[in-house]
Design a protein around this ligand. Structure first.
Ligand SMILES: [Fe+2]
Ligand SMILES: [Fe+2]
Length: 293
């Protein structure tokens, strides 16, 4: 009689702390047009951010999965699977939000197409390993933004109540998978010169597309003719306690010789929000499609 063989189950994202959660946000019909701080300038910027997620996150997933076969460590393979699942669901939910914004006369299709065109250019100009370095830099930015959303007070107090949990969920998962693309980049061969060039390459493409389409939205909605709104919005976004005020100085951490996303300890912050959103009394449990999965 042969020995009983214990089947080896392949690790999945949820086994390594990166569970793709099937959220199903139902956006309220009453969502106001200026949903961030009751301010058009800042709301349009956050709309551009949301519009950039579907093409941006698809690019991240493509860049990482291009090298999937080079990853032999079963834990990292599972992290790649978890990262991929999370980003795909983020894109789907942001598509829905972008649709809701269009219904409020905010043409989110303009920034989405502009960012998609910038990524089309990146895909054609740069080789796969540099695209992975760019993904690492962009994921560093999203992790910084996520930390600001979860640890700071400003974003949570300014965004409309009907949207806050969607952004909290996205921010939590960005922190959960923040190191995955970088760890794959390490497997492929981390080159500092590529990390130095990733930020300028992204600014010259996606950065320009983002700012250009924000300017277009400010003009097409007539917001540019409202100086008080512009002043307040700039402060809400770029002031010292604004959404991005604390982030820009930290973007350059990516260029440091020994950078790794885990150097910034966010384990406690992640656990806090995991409990608040998905713990026994989690506020998002009833939005999960398959609670037992
Ligand atoms: Fe995401
Ligand atoms: Fe991400």
């Amino acid at each position: 009689m042969s020995d009983p063989v214990t089947p080896v189950r392949r690790l999945r994202g949820k086994d390594v702390g990166i569970p793709p959660r099937q959220l199903d946000f139902r956006l309220s019909e009453e969502l106001p047009r200026w949903f961030y701080g009751n301010n058009a300038t800042a709301s349009l910027f956050v709309a551009v951010l949301s519009a950039s997620f579907p093409p941006g996150e698809q690019f991240f997933v493509r860049s990482v999965n291009h090298f999937k076969d080079r990853v032999t460590d079963p834990r990292l393979r599972a992290q790649v699977a978890g990262f991929t699942g999370q980003e795909i669901i983020h894109s789907r939910e942001h598509d829905r939000l972008n649709e809701a914004l269009r219904a409020r006369d905010i043409d989110a299709e303009v920034p989405e197409r502009a960012v998609a065109a910038a990524i089309w250019l990146i895909d054609r100009l740069f080789p796969a390993r540099f695209r992975l370095a760019c993904t690492g830099q962009a994921e560093h930015l999203t992790a910084l933004l996520a930390e600001e959303i979860l640890a700071g007070e400003a974003f949570r107090s300014l965004i409309d109540d009907r949207l806050v949990e969607m952004w909290l969920w996205h921010a939590l998962e960005e922190l959960e998978h923040k190191a995955v693309s970088y760890d794959v980049y390490d497997v492929v061969g981390n080159r500092r010169v590529e990390r130095l060039l990733a930020e300028p390459a992204l600014l010259a493409t996606v950065g320009l597309a983002t700012l250009g389409s924000w300017a277009w939205l400010l003009a097409s909605t007539g917001t540019w003719r409202r100086p008080d709104d512009l002043r307040t919005g700039m402060r809400l976004l770029f002031g010292s306690d604004g959404l991005l005020g604390g982030i820009w100085p930290r973007l350059k951490e990516f260029r440091q010789p020994n950078f790794h996303p885990a150097q910034r300890d966010t384990v406690g912050l992640e656990q806090l929000w995991r409990d608040r959103l998905f713990g026994p009394d989690g506020t998002l449990n009833d939005q999960l499609r398959h609670r037992s999965a």
